[in-house]
Write a protein that binds this ligand. Structure first.
Ligand code: GDP
Ligand code: MG
Length: 175
């Protein structure tokens, strides 16, 4: 995270989580305001930038949307090196994806970066009828592990901007 001047913050943000949980969809919703029912799988990694104007600062996000690590379950250092924030995404309609999200959290914790802001993102909140992971379950895990937590839907846009605003505000407030 770099500060240029007083009120401009640049932050590298990385998205992790199981394939199909909606990482790319969350980024496209945030950056372009779009959603695709048949989102093409990401190959390698995709890079996006987006600027958020907050009351006290401007935050420029450099967003790394990963793919493929899902398969090998090991994180290429280039993704997390220098990252200020990590979003670990699961799909509320897949207990499997929640289990794997916890593995990603553990992997990140092993990297031993004490200033990394981690947020657990419970995506596909619109799939309430197929829900396998209770909100409280995600919330509790996040609380126990010192993570931020938010439930989102890239499809309906629920809480997607809020997610990035919350991260942005976290940086503005942190010394
Ligand atoms: P990624 O592999 O984690 O990048 O996941 P994608 O963004 O490619 O999304 C995988 C699939 O889930 C696509 O068919 C998306 O349209 C769908 N998807 C993503 N987010 C949501 C969501 O919030 N709700 C619903 N119902 N589907 C979603
Ligand atoms: Mg993707």
């Amino acid at each position: 995270m770099a500060r240029t001047g007083n009120k401009s913050i640049q932050a590298k943000l990385v998205l992790l989580g199981d394939m199909g949980t909606g990482k790319t969809s969350l980024v496209l919703r945030f950056v372009k305001g779009q959603f695709f029912d048949f989102q093409e799988s990401t190959i390698g990694a995709a890079f996006f930038t987006q600027i958020l104007s907050l009351n006290e600062a401007t935050v420029k996000f450099d967003i790394w949307d990963t793919a493929g690590q899902e398969r090998y379950h090991s994180l290429a250092p280039m993704y997390y090196r220098g990252a200020a924030a990590a979003l670990v995404v699961y799909d509320i309609s897949s207990m499997d994806s929640f289990v794997r999200a916890k593995k990603w959290v553990q992997e990140l914790q092993r990297q031993g970066n004490p200033t990394l802001v981690m947020m657990l993102v419970a995506n596909k909140a619109d799939l309430e009828t197929k829900r396998e992971v209770a909100t409280e379950e995600g919330e509790r895990y996040a609380q126990e592990n010192g993570l931020l937590f938010i439930e989102t839907s890239a499809k309906t846009a629920q809480n997607v901007n809020e997610l990035f605003y919350e991260i942005g505000n976290f940086f503005v407030r942190s010394p």
